[in-house]
Design a protein around this ligand. Structure first.
Ligand SMILES: N[C@@H](CCC(=O)N[C@@H](CS)C(=O)NCC(=O)O)C(=O)O
Length: 215
């Protein structure tokens, strides 16, 4: 049987899955969504993506995309009415997303779970993470969004991670000297598409009604 819509395995609180869902909404794509529980991944997901991370997108032709950045890029390559893949900013977006995924995420995890990483204090982990926040703050003094006065791929890829950083201790975050970053995050947290991205779904089980995820 051929699926009529692409199929997205997702987990609401995962920042990688959030960026994939944002990409899907900004592109106006329609997918079937299966919410999963990380501790009890569906066999159907592991069968198509044995590495066992979310998000995973299975296209109608059976192809599987199992990296969040590639899911965003696939969605926006289908349709990109707001120009998130603006070629003028793509190289810079890609460098910033790499820095987010390879450096900032490391310090974010250590800051969030400082009780598991006893080599440094939580404050030191936070300060390591702030190196990236300072880069973002500087960019946001120049533009409304990270790389332009409009949303680009960099914003939707990075905002879920800054949100997670802020949520470790919101008082601490909003006391930091990053007014532009705070404005940018607040704007995202109230964004209608982000609010939709955070809709709660029950974990999927075989036989459930199809959940269509789209704007
Ligand atoms: N490089 C992957 C990373 C995805 C990832 O690590 N997702 C986490 C959840 S936030 C996951 O699925 N972890 C597997 C697990 O905890 O079992 C991507 O960008 O999609």
């Amino acid at each position: 049987m051929t699926a009529s819509l692409p199929l997205l395995y997702s987990f609401r609180r995962c920042p990688y899955a959030m960026r994939a869902r944002l990409g899907i909404l900004f592109s106006g794509q329609k997918v079937t969504l299966r919410e999963i529980v990380l501790k009890n991944k569906p066999a159907q997901m592991l069968a198509i993506s044995p590495k066992g991370t979310v998000p995973v997108l299975q296209l109608i032709d059976g192809r599987v995309i199992e990296e969040s950045t590639e899911i965003m890029e696939w969605a926006l390559a289908q349709n990109d009415p707001q120009g998130l893949l603006d070629t003028k900013v793509l190289p810079q977006a890609s460098a910033l997303i790499d820095q987010n995924d390879n450096e900032f995420k490391h310090w974010l995890d250590h800051y969030k779970y400082a009780d598991r990483y006893l080599e440094m204090t939580q404050i030191e982990y936070r300060q390591r993470g702030e190196v990236f926040l300072q880069v973002l703050e500087e960019l946001l003094t120049q533009n409304l969004y990270l790389l332009a006065d409009k949303v680009t791929l960099a914003d939707i890829a990075i905002m879920p991670f800054v949100r997670q950083f802020a949520h470790v201790d919101r008082t601490v975050f909003y006391d930091l000297p990053y007014p532009n970053l705070q404005r940018w995050l607040d704007c995202w947290l109230a964004h209608p598409l982000f609010l939709q991205v955070m809709t709660k779904y029950q974990p999927w089980q075989e036989g459930d009604e199809v959940v269509v995820f789209s704007v």
